[in-house]
Design a binder for this molecule. Structure first.
Ligand SMILES: [Mg+2]
Length: 414
């Protein structure tokens, strides 16, 4: 199966983030005037970290000394960098990405890769989703991004560079020849100034030239490893997976909007089982156990209700989580008002090994745990569809689609 990868890149990140803050505080938009982030105007020290498009027209470049930039553009508006602000903005846009993608890899403070493979279960049109993510970031956070769409990280990253700002660009394999090959080699990811010079001496000017040359010749020019890499890149080849960094997990949650309102408790239980199954399996794959279980519903008038239960002994067992969820659902639902959304979240997560229960192993629990383990293993190896627990709700249900995509991504890349 072909992968689907997005690369998301904030347009002139530091400057946009500063501008968004100023605009929010009722100030004028520094993106519209010659402006830059970096250094100290009075002392004329430091370098340009980011510049506005109007500043670029004056020839101001990222990385150049402030003094040089001020010579090119004497009325350049300079703002000192504020890294705490950048961290915040970075987190905010990555969080929006995480709403859409099962696996997000932060590549730098203002760039990330989204592995959208398998999301065809959720979204019909990948390009539409790309626009949606881009617009949502712009409309909720006040700064723009570019989205590159392709089948691997390299091509997605190249695509996000094409046309800025606030754009979605694709670079699928069929487009390499027209969109990527005419570009100068310096534009190829991981070709630096020195490498470009060496290639140019051998009359390799464009990415297309590089792609067509014999790989051994390229290796002789720039070295084995880099030679092979850039030759692959020029041909659009990149097999590196999108890797989500392990983050301190606060909890696991899952919810589903039902295809039709539910009024029958037995139907609700089936959905609940399916949710408990998905969410606990996800937690187990991180070796987590929960001290707190929360069940929430949305009634058909959009009223939300939820109940939670704190446990004295943490659990990762599907059956236990399901049993407690049932009790919680019973408590919070009058069983008459139709419900259209059910969710479970597991919080107060602990990692294995620190629990008193391990000192007194409970036979029944051990058995259940073994069953869970076996089921998880089969899923991990063969995909999520293989096993559906006893009486889960009809398979057309939306349950666990995001989860499904998540697990697809956790499996070894082919
Ligand atoms: Mg950027």
């Amino acid at each position: 199966m072909k992968k689907l990868i997005f690369h998301i890149d904030v347009n002139s990140a530091y400057l946009s983030w500063e501008a968004a803050r100023l605009v929010k505080n009722g100030k004028s938009d520094i993106r519209l005037i010659p402006s830059a982030i970096g250094g100290d105007r009075q002392k004329r020290t430091g370098i340009i970290l980011a510049k506005s498009i109007p500043a670029k027209r004056y020839g101001v470049t990222t990385g150049e000394p402030i003094s040089m930039a001020l010579r090119k553009c004497p009325n350049l508006f300079l703002v000192k960098p504020d890294f705490a602000l950048y961290e915040r903005c970075s987190k905010e846009f990555i969080n929006i990405c995480k709403e859409y993608a099962p696996v997000v890899e932060q590549f730098s403070i203002d760039e990330c890769f989204l592995d959208m493979s398998g999301t065809e279960y959720i979204y019909e049109d990948p390009i539409k989703v790309a626009y949606e993510i881009k617009d949502k970031i712009r409309d909720t956070l006040g700064f723009t991004v570019n989205v590159g769409v392709s089948t691997n990280k390299l091509l997605a990253k190249m695509a996000s560079e094409f046309d800025k700002p606030d754009k979605v660009n694709t670079l699928f394999e069929s487009e390499i020849k027209n969109k990527m090959w005419p570009l100068p080699i310096r534009e190829l990811f991981s070709v630096g100034e020195a490498t470009a010079m060496r290639l140019k001496k051998a009359y390799i000017e464009t990415i297309g030239d590089l792609a067509k040359f014999d790989v051994n010749f390229i290796k002789s020019l720039v070295g084995e490893k880099l030679g092979e890499q850039i030759h692959n890149y020029a041909n659009g080849i990149d097999n590196t997976p999108v890797l989500a960094e392990p983050e301190a997990v606060k909890g696991y949650s899952i919810s589903t909007t039902l295809s039709e309102d539910i009024t029958d408790i037995e139907d609700a239980y089936k959905v609940l089982l399916s949710l408990a199954d998905s969410v606990s399996s996800r937690m187990r794959s991180d070796r987590g156990k929960a001290y707190c279980i929360n069940v929430g519903i949305r009634e058909n008038d959009f009223k939300n209700r939820s109940h939670q239960r704190k446990l004295t002994v943490s659990t990762d067992i599907t059956d236990e989580i399901f049993a407690i969820s049932k009790v919680l659902l019973d408590e919070l639902w009058d069983k008459q008002t139709p419900i259209r959304l059910i969710g479970i979240s597991l919080t107060n997560i602990t990692k294995e090994g620190s629990d008193q229960e391990e000192l007194f192993p409970d036979e029944r629990k051990e058995k259940l745990r073994k069953v869970d383990k076996a089921v998880d293993l089969i899923r991990y190896k063969y995909g999520t569809n293989v096993i559906v627990k006893g009486s889960t709700y009809n398979s057309s249900l939306e349950v666990g689609k995001k989860y499904k995509a998540q697990m697809e991504n956790k499996r070894e890349p082919k």
